[in-house]
Write a protein that binds this ligand. Structure first.
Ligand code: UGA
Length: 457
């Protein structure tokens, strides 16, 4: 099939590479000429396992091309996926101006039936606004040319993406489900047939396509992320109670996860969720609810638990040192919002770094992907912070002479350190583990003062 993807970000690049790998002819459009230039040389701007290989291979096979030319993209496609950014707007809604700008451009160049797919996470009702924007652009074109021609037909489809960073290629290639929202009219049915064709390779052994109306598909994406975020905040709430009661959240996790209705996934207590999706989507769905005269009371609580989780963590570190960290040297392992990514958006480490420094500490940080303050806090003024944090290339270098070790991301390299060397290196054998990597009883035996989240020491 002929597929165009607009937006060479996470979702766009992964979708483009995977559809090309399945034998489709994919054009990937991005307005950033520098990015397009680099992608043509197979230089992938994001760290995502397997993605570079797929792009290299499909570039060589001529199944994927990169361009800034929207007209070429629109003219090429049977199906066009909009995968541009939807950053948080000031009022915690999602900013869909980039999506609508793309819709306008589609309208300028549309010449035959096209399926326009919202792939980015967009608020419920966006498909309607995309349709309106395309129609307006088409009408303007019609009135400019003066000809009373029939407007070309198109359909707007919602096809939310459920991929996880770090496992995006795998998630795309082996989806649990593919949600497709189409309208109940002739263009919608035509679009459904084309979408079924595009996703047929994913549907071999089991029916994975779930077709529904457009608004339900849009809401499905938010409901999924809000429920996953709810599991995390619920466990963090429980972990704090476990702390107060002297129970162990790890034991509780095993105890409840074994119930298949609950399941083992997403019930790890820690520093709360971060990343580019959960915080933004949870805020946006609360905003949408309020706009519709409803309140998502559970999801609002999920947000507030998540915000306080990292605060409590730093408070406990400060308490250990009598309230001030003046003159203290803290080693920090892990900066990205989760392992196997270079993404620091909404990473708990950013809050932790700011607070520890505000409390007087100096930091020596290690992360396999993040090696500078500019990378950790892009776009922020960091001159003052920069003087108080050093980045080192080896985890053990970070702990040498430090008053305590703080673990903020569960990268694999931190999972089995040489504990004897670690104890010797630290000035005091103190560990605050925001990811519950180790067993408190073992740590005690090894001579550490070890505090996890909700773990019985
Ligand atoms: C998330 C969803 O998992 C994807 O299904 C979804 O497609 C994506 O958002 C999106 O909307 O685009 P992602 O943000 O890549 O994917 O990260 P996750 O692996 O889901 O982790 C999210 C956060 O939750 C991380 O900060 C992680 O540390 C935290 N987490 C996760 C916990 O604190 N405890 C858990 O048990 C699980």
């Amino acid at each position: 099939m002929k597929i165009t993807i607009v937006g060479a970000g996470y979702v766009g690049l992964v979708s483009a590479a995977c559809f090309a790998e399945l034998g489709n002819h994919v054009v990937c459009v991005d307005r950033d000429a520098g990015r397009v230039e680099r992608l043509r040389k197979a230089e992938v701007p994001i760290f995502e396992p397997g993605l570079g290989e797929l792009i290299t291979k499909n570039l060589a096979a001529g199944r994927i091309t990169f361009t800034t030319d929207m007209k070429a993209g629109v003219r090429h496609a049977d199906i066009l996926f909009i995968a541009v950014g939807t950053p948080p707007a000031g009022d915690s809604s999602a900013d869909i101006s980039q999506v609508l700008a793309v819709a306008g451009e589609i309208g300028e160049h549309l010449s035959r039936f096209l399926v326009i797919v919202d792939k980015s996470t967009v608020p419920v009702g966006t498909a309607d606004r995309v349709r309106e924007t395309v129609l307006n652009a088409l009408r303007q074109r019609g009135s400019k040319s003066g000809a009373a021609r029939r407007l070309p037909d198109f359909a707007v489809v919602s096809n939310p993406e459920f991929l996880k960073e770090g496992a995006a290629v795998e998630d795309f290639m082996r989806p649990d489900r593919v949600v497709i929202g189409v309208s109940d009219d002739p263009s919608g049915r035509k679009a459904e047939a084309l979408m079924r064709q595009a996703y047929a390779p994913f549907n071999r052994n089991r029916e994975r396509l779930i077709v529904m109306d457009v608004k339900s598909a849009e809401l499905t994406k938010y409901a999924a992320n809000a429920l996953l975020a709810t599991k995390i905040s619920f466990m963090n709430d429980m972990a704090n109670l476990a702390d107060a009661l002297g129970a162990d959240i790890e034991k509780v996790r095993q105890g409840i996860g074994s119930d298949r209705r609950i399941g083992y996934d997403f019930i790890y207590a820690g520093l709360g969720y971060g990343g580019s999706c959960f915080p933004k989507d949870v805020a946006a769905i609360c905003h949408t609810a309020r706009e519709s005269g409803e309140r998502l009371r559970v999801v609002e609580a999920v947000r507030s638990v998540n915000a306080s989780q990292k605060q409590r963590f730093v408070e406990r570190i400060a308490e250990h040192f009598g309230g001030s960290l003046e003159g203290r040297e803290i080693a920090l392992w892990g900066l990205t919002f989760k392992p196997a990514t270079d993404d620091v958006r909404e990473a708990p480490s950013r809050y932790i770094v700011r607070r520890l420094i505000a409390l007087g500490a100096s930091i020596r940080a290690h992360d396999p992907q993040v090696q500078s303050i500019e990378q950790l806090m892009p776009g922020e003024s960091v001159a003052r912070l920069g003087q108080r944090i050093r980045f080192v290339s080896d985890p053990m270098q970070a702990v040498r002479g430090a008053d305590a070790l703080v673990i903020a991301t569960e990268w694999k390299v931190y999972r089995s350190p040489d504990f004897a060397a670690l104890r010797k290196s630290l000035k005091k054998p103190v560990i605050f583990d925001g990811r519950n990597l180790f067993d408190p009883a073992d740590m005690k035996r090894l001579g550490f003062h070890y505090q996890g989240v909700g773990r019985r020491a």
